[in-house]
Design a protein around this ligand. Sequence first.
Ligand code: NAD
Ligand code: LMR
Length: 332
Amino acid sequence: ASGLRAYASASGGLPPRKVAVLGAAGGIGQPLSLLMKLSPYVSELALYDIAGTPGVAADVSHINSKAAVKGYAGEDQLGEALKGADVVIIPAGVPRKPGMTRDDLFKINAGIVKALVEACGKHCPKALLNIISNPVNSTVPIAAETLKRLGVYDEKRVLGVTTLDVVRAKTFYAEKAGLDVSKVDVPVVGGHAGVTILPLFSQAVPNAANKLNDADIDALTKRTQDGGTEVVQAKAGKGSATLSMAYAGALFADACLRGLNGDPDVVECTYVASTITDAPFFSSKVKLGKNGVEQIFGLGELSAYEAEGLKALMPELRQSIQKGEDFALEKQ
Ligand code: NAD
Ligand code: LMR
């Protein structure tokens, strides 16, 4: 968190970078736009939504940090918003209400993501896409298929944002083990829905195995998997995580920008085209570089509990991927 606050002071000498936020007037879009305005890595910030962005852009633009801000509203302004973008962050789409799964959002969000990614393929085919819209397990395959159809797919540049799962796992683990949360790291692999979210507490740093028993690890795993639902229920019909997601989205976009700028050793968990399992998309630790995904790391050694979790998540993950691919192909 201190990194986000320290932003404005450390921006000298960085290359110019344009970031576009699609869905910028929404619950995630607004705080995310604020955080990207504070990023030292951003020189131009394009805020796009179907409506409401002139107000958000005017508001955010008064902040005395480097990025020049412009609002774009309505489809006829989408191309202009995307032109020259290095990173496009997509939190456009409807959020869950209590009782819904992320997959229940597919009907509406699949088409939204497909249309927005099509525009990215036309106007900024080299941009890194950060896909937040749910169900991420399906919207990332939709994005990939859509770009393939346009002949501009580069699997290194399409990234599903799972950073909120990592943020949650770190918070819950540090709290339970009595650790300084700023020094904690927990890889989270798989996908971004229920059991497909698999935190690897056996690989957490620092190791707190002497403080946590099997029941603790089971409870931490389930809380991480149900973190989104915990917020949906607490908001009681008013949507899902927006503030913690904006924080996580800004962390991830910054990591992408640092990679593009040539910073060495930028590693984040993200849901990408992958061969580390037999699912065509999978989230794991990924090194980000000048062209996006530079290296995908394997899963490392898993505990017996995690190995079971991995086995259990594969059918749902494969099914969600297939559903996304089928949708993108049907809608050609
Ligand atoms: P919201 O309803 O508050 O905002 C969504 C915004 O998208 C609105 O401003 C809406 O106008 C805009 N939008 C709709 N169609 C659009 C289009 N065609 N082009 C551009 N903008 C469009 O919702 P929210 O709370 O911000 O959540 C957005 C999405 O993010 C949901 O699908 C939610 O499930 C997802 N989400 C993902 C994660 C994650 O970890 N990946 C976390 C939280 C939420
Ligand atoms: C989350 O994890 O908070 C998001 O995917 C939103 C949701 O529907 O849970």
